[in-house]
Design a protein around this ligand. Structure first.
Ligand code: FAD
Length: 404
């Protein structure tokens, strides 16, 4: 029999393989990955790995010896170029062909690149891979000038690390506030202040007209004509899901590879998991594409169950985190559409929580450096608990006591 093949050696692909073994799948499992590395965790890329405090090997989901022990084959440095669904075969970039019994697409995404005059110069970097961070780190010496385009999670995490390493850091965000797509003005404002207090030159509502310089970018030119000196530029402007392989093979694609709640695609022999999927979420009653470790792992596990013929519903409440300076942001649920916002604690103390209610029920929470509150908020959001806003705001009432 042909192996189960997983395309994409990221966290979703790795978790799918590991879970297949956990549930006793006895056959061959092969992961195909275009990067040169074993499957690794990306969150530290813009945190500890950029800071230089951990090694590349420490990012691996599993070391080679453990993959061997589990009987998980990883073909690195090879891209799946095309997928023949009728023949159940992949063609790889080294010319090889790989037949599968069942297939998992865990192709993730790639960084969106700047489309500006000068953006093709060699000192302009995306940040998605180990290779990207190694290139960026070569510039990270005290006094160097970093210009970061994008005030989202990745841009802000890079800013926090770079300024701590002694660089002069400018962050340029085109929207009126940072983190605008993921949180409310109160939280954006808190993070803007934290970055400015740390010495970051943070500018919102700015347009960039060009990246200027002969061979390398030396200045970033803004829409108002002002110029910012730069030794290098990092772009954190979002992700493009890798759907081309699925699309060319005729699978349903719509802002991600379309899967059902069991990770099944429109082909009964193919599942998909992670950043590349558009999946239904019963908690919010709609489809979504998420970019988070939790989604990659949980959906990978569900994919393994589907591949092994033991389908299990994927129905998680989304959660996410971001580390900047000493601040640990943890978010659970999706706040879009909330009608009531409640603050618990004083942001000035750098430890507080924000709750979002819809029709009197808790639909999401953001906590800053409050891991205890986060733990209980996760439970309350999953329950869609009906809570009096005044009680949520009252710090003398432990969140734990609100869990029925
Ligand atoms: P990916 O990690 O994108 O893996 C897919 C892999 O498949 C890639 O290696 C790709 O090269 C490969 N591939 C694609 N197409 C092919 C093909 N045709 N053939 C072979 N290989 C292919 N999430 C959090 O929850 N918290 C965080 O703090 C956080 N921080 C982050 C910081 C950074 C800098 C980045 C980049 C991401 C961060 N994330 C964070 C997001 C998280 O890392 C992703 O959601 C997660 O890695 C998704 O895993 P994945 O396996 O779905 O996709």
């Amino acid at each position: 029999p042909h192996p189960i093949v997983i395309v994409g050696a990221g966290q979703a692909g790795a978790e799918t393989a590991v879970e297949l073994r956990k549930i006793g799948y006895p056959g061959r499992v092969v992961i195909v990955g275009e990067e040169a590395y074993l499957p690794y965790k990306r969150p530290p890329l813009s945190k500890a790995y950029l800071a230089g405090s951990v090694t590349a090997e420490s990012l691996y989901v599993m070391q080679q010896a453990n993959l061997d022990k589990a009987g998980i084959e990883v073909l690195t440095g090879r891209r799946a170029e095309s997928l023949d669904r009728a023949g159940k075969t992949l063609t790889l970039s080294d010319g090889g062909r790989l037949a599968y019994s069942k297939l998992c697409l865990a192709t993730g995404g790639r960084a969106r690149l700047l489309s500006l005059p000068g953006a093709d110069k060699p000192n302009v970097y995306p940040l998605r891979s180990i290779a990207d961070v190694e290139a960026i780190r070569a510039h990270c010496q005290p006094g160097k000038r970093a210009v970061i385009v994008g005030g989202g999670f990745i841009g802000l995490e890079v800013a926090a690390v770079a300024v701590k390493l002694g660089l002069e850091v400018t962050v340029l965000e085109s929207l009126p506030r940072v983190l605008a797509r993921v949180t409310v003005p109160e939280i954006s404002e808190f993070y803007e202040k934290a970055h400015r207090d740390a010495g970051v030159d943070l500018r919102t509502g700015v347009q960039i007209s060009a990246l200027e310089g002969a061979e390398r970018v030396t200045h970033v030119v803004l829409g108002d004509g002002s110029r910012i000196e730069a030794d290098f530029v990092v772009a954190g402007i979002g992700l493009i899901a890798n759907v081309e392989l699925a699309q060319a093979a005729g699978l349903a694609v719509d802002n991600g590879i379309v899967v059902d709640e069991f990770t099944q695609t429109s082909d009964p022999d193919i599942v998909a998991a992670g950043d590349c999927t558009n999946h239904p979420n019963i908690h919010y009653g709609r489809r979504m594409r998420l970019e988070s470790v939790q989604n990659a792992m949980e959906q990978g596990r569900a994919a393994a169950h589907a591949l092994a013929g033991q389908p299990r519903r994927y129905d998680m409440v989304p959660w996410f985190w971001s580390d900047q300076y000493d601040l640990k942001l943890q978010m659970v649920g999706l706040s879009a559409g909330f009608d009531r916002f409640v603050l618990r604690g004083d942001p000035a103390t750098r430890s507080f929580a924000a709750f979002y209610l819809g029709d009197g029920r808790l639909i999401a929470a953001d906590t800053v450096s409050r891991p205890q509150d986060f733990m209980f908020a996760k439970k309350l959001v999953a329950l869609r608990a009906e809570i009096d806003p005044a009680v949520l705001a009252d710090e003398s009432v432990p969140l734990k006591s609100l869990i029925p």
